[in-house]
Design a protein. Sequence first.
Length: 218
Amino acid sequence: MKTARIKNSIEEFPIGKIVCVGRNYSEHAKELGNEVPEKPVLFLKPASAVIYSGGEIIHPDYGNELHHEVELVLLIGDSIKNADKAQAEKAIIGYGVGLDMTLRDVQNELKKKGNPWTLAKCFDTSAVISDFILKKDYQLKPDEKLELKVNGTVKQSDTLKSMIFNPTEIVEYISSVMKFEKGDLIFTGTPAGVNKVNRGDKLEAKLGEVAELICKVI
């Protein structure tokens, strides 16, 4: 079973479901030719897709355009359903940084046919996560910077205040359609700058001074 690890602690949370938000930065939605959504766009990843900082992203053989997407990841600490804002905020107990690896060519073909994105989003090693810092130990700021480097060059960089839906709004909305349980994760969307990576590339992701991860594509 995959777990969410806590920074500077032996504490771990078994990961349940991973809920992902698409198109949560307007410039990213535009760069892919999508409309800016009125409600969060949701999809899921399996916990089996998780790897950690220092791990290796295995490039699937059935796609040629593997893209990086750096994201704020939320750790849920309570079972909640139909949460109000206060309950949604309380349910978020930790923050990390993650990579939602996406086979863009496969996703585009699936979208054309009106099919789900599963093959493009749910392959093994497609969800890279850092250790998490607990909210009681750090208060996340709106101007916290989300950044991704590929082979030392910055490819994505933006602040959390550019998100269309903030973390509390995301949890409140998702809880209206599905129950959250302790250990669930939320990938909250990626800023503009997504691009192709190749085998051998080194990826470095950071969320301000809160969390970071390093991994390699093979």
